[in-house]
Design a protein around this ligand. Sequence first.
Ligand code: FNR
Length: 187
Amino acid sequence: SFPRVAVLVGSLRAGSVNRRLARALAALAADRLAFAFVEIGDLPLYNDDLWTDAGGPAPVERFKAQVAAADAVLLVTPEYNRAVPGLLGNALDWGSRPQGKSSWAGKAAACIGASPGAIGTAAAQVHLKAQMVTLGMIVMGHPEFYLSFKPEDFGPDGTVVNDQTAAFMNAYADAFARHVARLSSGK
Ligand code: FNR
């Protein structure tokens, strides 16, 4: 079976270009990687008081179990005000706790993102990659994936109709599959 990749999308909107991108990448990579989309919209805003002796709130426990079951993590981030949306930061915060039980330490990971703007989430990803490294994720730094999203490049069924974009996404999936394999072989 293929390595499992937990996918976190930092947008809740129905028409999210980042979700469309993530779905398209999942389809392109399906013969190498098994993407599992993990819900983060039901996580409460981080509050230390919500931890009890029994653990965290139910969505948090579900979230951490889904990440634990995955071999790797893919963060798909929009760019909000040159930074990462609070939604995604909130999920990273929940995953980082309780102390000593972080969901992130040692996980193979990468981030990608799309925006209608010219720099395609590059500014947000600078922040995000620094945070991912600090969280102990083993981050794939190269290739980088910044997409200036053009709706006409993606078909209604989620396929990528721009050949250049499809080729880039395929190469990215190959690189990430190699990154994940390299880390699992060292286990
Ligand atoms: C944005 N957007 C945006 N785009 C960008 O390239 N750089 C930015 O700093 C920002 N800032 C920003 C702040 C806020 C609060 C919103 C709501 C939007 C535009 C953003 O890229 C666009 O809405 C994307 O479509 C968001 O991603 P999803 O939801 O389509 O995945």
